[in-house]
Design a protein around this ligand. Structure first.
Ligand SMILES: [Zn+2]
Length: 71
């Protein structure tokens, strides 16, 4: 297995985990105000605007960039 395969698996897994977390968090949004990627506290305004969002703005943008590259 080469490095590209490993990276692809890892990204795929991350996306699946993120989607699962988002699903789990739609009912319980306020218990975890910290970004699941970097651990920084997500601003209350962002959590109000995007209930259940598991990441801070920076990580969200990184994740979206990765998703775009992956496709
Ligand atoms: Zn973050």
């Amino acid at each position: 297995m080469d490095k590209a395969d490993i990276a692809g698996d890892y990204i795929e897994q991350s996306i699946e985990l993120a989607l699962e977390n988002q699903r789990n968090r739609t009912t319980a949004t306020s218990d975890d105000p910290y970004c699941e990627e970097c651990g920084v506290e997500i601003p209350a305004k962002r959590r109000e605007a995007l209930p259940g969002c598991p990441t801070c703005v920076e990580c969200q943008q990184l994740l979206e960039a990765k998703t775009r590259n992956y496709r």
